[in-house]
Design a protein around this ligand. Structure first.
Ligand SMILES: [Zn+2]
Length: 68
């Protein structure tokens, strides 16, 4: 079981810590997997029109809004 890199809380596979709200893992693999699962459900066309950095920023914004 991995732990949050920010607050050291147990992390049950969440990409974002349920305790502190920060990204629980800094691994690139986690980000890519999240993009394949969550982002992949949406429009591929929308994704392709953005750079990777822009897409990550947008995802972070969506996450922050959702859990605000
Ligand atoms: Zn945390």
């Amino acid at each position: 079981m991995s732990k949050c890199v920010h607050c050291d809380a147990n992390n049950k596979g969440w990409f974002y810590c349920r305790s502190c709200g920060e990204k629980a893992s800094v691994s690139k693999f986690s980000t890519n997997m999240w993009m394949r699962t969550e982002r992949g459900k949406r429009s591929d066309i929308e994704f392709r029109t953005q750079t990777i950095d822009e897409s990550v920023d947008e995802m972070n914004k969506e996450r922050n809004t959702r859990y605000a």
